[in-house]
Design a protein around this ligand. Structure first.
Ligand SMILES: [Ca+2]
Length: 463
C-alpha cells in the first residue's frame, strides 16, 4: 500500500552543533564552504520518484467556511473549529456546525485580504471537562502602552465555557505581545504532557528580522529571534494553574530563564514564524514545530527546552544573510559566542530561493499520525505547504519519516482523491480529533473574506 512520492534526498540534521567563535571560524571556513556547496548540489539533484498509491483520500466534511485555522477535540464527540476571522464552532463528525463563540469584534484584521492576524490558536485546558477553561491567541487592536506606530497586540487569554458555548466576557488576558507589523505572529498554542501552555510567537514581522529601514528603527524588529529580552521569536511556556504573585500565570521552575538571564516565559528561541506546533501524542511526546522560512528554506523542528533554533543567524541549515536574503553567508553575520544552534529535522526548498526545485512557499504544521485508520502513516509527521504559489491554490501535503539514526526523510503525500503535484487548495492548517485522526483545513483564495474554506478528513482511500 505504501505510499507517497519520495524525494531522492532530504536535508536531515538532528543534533545541536556547536557554533564556533569567529576566532575559530577561519580554520572552519573551508568546511562551511563545503557544506554550502553540498547543499546547493543536493538542492539541484532533488527529484520526485513515484512509489505507488498512498492509500489515503481527502474526504470533504464541511464547506462554506472562510479561513479555518484550528481544529481540535472538544468533547470526544465533536471538534472545535476556529476560523481566523473570528467565529468558533463545534462540529459533529458529519460536518454539522453550531456556534461556540465569536471573536470577530475583538480582532484587528483585514477581513477581505490575505492576513496573518486573527484567531491564531485555540487550546482547551487538559481538564476542560471539569473546569471548562480554554485559551485563545488572537490579534487585538494595539494596546495603549505599545509604541504608537506599531501594528497590533497579540493577546493570549483564558475564557470559561458554559456548556456548548462561551461568553467572551469571561476573558482574562494572561499575556500580551505588542507586534510591530501585521505578519509573522505565530500564535499557535497547545498544552504539553507537563500540563503547561506552549505559545509560538513570531519574530515581529516585516522581513529578515531586521529593520524595515534605518529611519524606522523604533519599529524593529532587530534580531528578535536571538534577543532573550523580547517575547517575539520564541517558544514560550507558562503555567496557567499556578499563577505567580501579581500575575495570571506562573513560570515553570525549570524554564531556562526562570532565575534570570532572559525573559522567564522563554522555553526555546531563534524562531521566525511558527505556523504549526503540536505534541506527538505517542512516542517520546516530542514537540513538533514548523518555521515559515524567509526565502530559501521551510523547516520542521523538534523543540527542546533551552534550544536555539537559529533564526536569524540561520535559515534552514545555512548561515542567513539579513541584508541579502538569497545569498547565504559562509559564517554567521554576528558572533553568537558559544551558542549551540539546532538545525531543522527537515528543510525543503522555497520557490523564492529555488525557482526550479522549490516545493512550496510557506510550511503549514501538522501532527504525528497516531490514529488507526491509516496504518501506513503511523508515526509519521504529516504536514503541508501552503501553496507552491502565493496567488494560486497549489498546496502540497507531506510526510516526514524518522529513519535509522534519527535521520528524517521528506516525501509528498499524494491523496488518491487529489492525485497530482498539489491538492488544488491553500493548506491553512491541520487538525486532530480525539482518535488521532487528522483533518486538512483549506481555502481556495488565500484571502480571509471569501467563503471558500473547507475541512477534509484524511481517510482510507475507497471509503
Ligand atoms: Ca531555524
Amino acid at each position: 500500500m505504501l505510499t507517497e512520492r519520495r524525494y531522492s534526498f532530504t536535508v536531515a540534521l538532528v543534533t545541536a552543533a556547536p557554533i564556533p567563535t569567529l576566532a575559530r571560524m577561519k580554520s572552519l571556513r573551508m568546511s562551511a564552504r563545503l557544506l554550502c556547496a553540498a547543499l546547493s548540489f543536493t538542492a539541484a539533484s532533488l527529484a520526485f520518484a513515484a512509489e505507488g498509491k498512498s492509500g489515503v483520500a481527502l474526504k470533504l466534511v464541511v464547506t462554506n467556511l472562510t479561513a479555518p485555522a484550528v481544529l481540535t477535540d472538544f468533547d470526544g464527540k465533536r471538534v472545535l473549529v476556529a476560523e481566523q476571522v473570528g467565529p468558533i464552532h463545534l462540529m459533529t463528525p458529519d460536518g454539522k456546525l453550531t456556534p461556540f463563540a465569536d471573536f470577530t469584534s475583538k480582532l484587528k484584521i483585514n477581513f477581505g485580504k490575505f492576513d496573518e492576524r486573527g484567531v491564531l490558536g485555540v487550546a482547551l485546558h487538559p481538564k476542560f471537562a471539569a473546569n471548562h477553561k480554554f485559551y485563545v491567541c488572537y490579534s487585538a487592536p494595539l494596546r495603549s502602552t505599545a509604541p504608537t506606530n506599531w501594528d497590533h497586540t497579540m493577546n493570549i487569554s483564558e475564557f470559561t465555557a458554559k456548556g456548548d458555548s462561551a461568553d467572551l466576557g469571561t476573558e482574562r488576558v494572561l499575556l500580551q505581545i505588542d507586534e510591530p507589523y501585521f505578519n509573522h505572529n505565530g500564535g499557535r498554542i497547545c498544552f504539553g504532557p507537563d500540563g503547561h501552555l506552549y505559545i509560538g510567537s513570531g519574530d515581529g514581522g516585516h522581513r529578515n528580522d531586521i529593520n524595515k529601514a534605518d529611519t524606522d528603527k523604533a519599529r524593529g524588529p532587530q534580531g528578535n529571534g536571538q534577543d532573550l529580552n523580547t517575547l517575539m521569536g520564541k517558544i514560550l511556556r507558562i503555567d496557567v494553574d499556578k499563577p505567580a504573585a501579581g500575575k495570571l500565570y506562573g513560570i515553570p521552575l525549570d524554564n531556562p530563564f526562570a532565575k534570570g538571564g532572559g525573559l522567564p516565559e522563554i522555553y526555546a528561541w531563534g524562531i521566525r514564524n511558527p505556523w504549526g506546533m503540536s505534541f506527538d501524542r505517542g512516542g517520546q511526546r516530542e514537540l513538533f514545530e514548523v518555521e515559515v522560512g524567509q526565502s530559501r528554506w521551510e523547516e520542521v523542528n523538534i523543540i527542546v527546552k533551552g534550544g536555539n533554533y537559529g533564526w536569524n543567524l540561520k535559515e534552514g541549515a545555512d548561515w542567513f544573510n539579513p541584508k541579502k536574503e538569497l545569498a547565504p553567508l559562509d559564517k554567521p553575520y554576528f558572533d553568537p559566542g558559544n551558542a549551540k544552534l539546532i538545525d531543522p529535522i527537515i528543510a525543503y526548498e522555497n520557490i523564492a530561493g529555488f525557482p526550479a526545485e522549490g516545493k512550496g512557499k510557506s510550511v503549514t504544521g501538522g501532527y504525528v499520525y497516531r490514529g488507526k485508520a491509516l496504518p501506513q502513516l503511523a508515526g509519521k509527521y504529516v504536514f503541508a505547504d501552503w501553496s507552491k504559489n502565493m496567488g494560486v491554490a497549489q498546496g502540497v501535503l507531506f510526510t516526514g519519516t524518522r529513519g535509522a539514526g534519527g535521520k528524517w526523510t521528506l516525501a509528498q503525500l499524494e491523496p488518491e482523491s487529489h492525485a497530482g503535484q498539489h491538492i488544488g487548495a491553500f493548506v491553512w492548517a491541520f487538525g486532530e480529533d480525539k482518535d488521532g485522526e487528522l483533518y486538512v483545513l483549506t481555502n481556495q483564495t488565500g484571502a480571509l473574506g471569501t467563503k471558500s474554506g473547507k475541512i477534509w478528513k484524511l481517510v482510507k482511500s475507497g471509503n
